[in-house]
Design a binder for this molecule. Sequence first.
Ligand code: F6R
Length: 263
Amino acid sequence: MEIIITKTYEDMSRVSAEIIAREIKRKHNLVLGLATGDTPIGTYKELVKIHRNEGLDFSKVTSFNLDEYVGLAPLHPNSYNFFMRENLFRHININPENVYVPQGNTDDPEEYCLWYEEQIRKSGGIDLQVLGIGGDGHIAFNEPGSSFASRTRVKALYRQTIEDNARFFAKIEDVPRFAITMGVGTILEARKIILIANGRKKADVCAEFIEGPVTSQITATALQLHTEATVVLDEEAASKLSRTEYYNWVRDHKHSVQKMIGR
Ligand code: F6R
């Protein structure tokens, strides 16, 4: 894993948006996996800025979101469908036909999950997957104990996730207990992965998933098994890492190392 420590949330957002923009410029029909939550809001703002100021073109991009609450219709203000429209899609020139966010109010979630996986396959697979990390170490809604081979499915949310996400709802009882989520196996098939994290409240879990042992109890540790995973985090989220000096040296010397090995 490549670890990029930035000073502030704004820097984390800018650096991660630049990485995403670079991939879109490299491949106009990029298949982009997207996350919701507080963390990527700044990244999406930066992407909108790059679209407006530099004409970053999303017209051929296909996107797949990681997850959605079971029971919420796409227009529900707490749905991830709604979040994506408000924070990204309505500000860029992505073709709505190329946008996939799991549908929370589907009649047959099991059948729907198979269909979702099939759409990812048909699109050629995810080129770059954006992830956040939950307080319990989840990626998407792959809660503790999720198999690293898991695919898109319905998952019961862990208590900590329900508590963490209660801030978006009027009361904790309103937080859905289930979500449709890509599996760890689905995520690991992405060609590249970028995980972003910020704030002191993510410091312990970031140290655990970056420097701790691989375990399905912290599903973000699965990224240690991926050859093209980058983590961009701010100083607060990185504050419990023990090898910061090494990560910073590698970050600062990346270009000379690449030159030396002829990449
Ligand atoms: C959301 C998702 C979740 C979040 C995680 C962090 O689509 O997949 O795994 O990335 O819960 O959420 P925030 O960013 O709100 O701390």
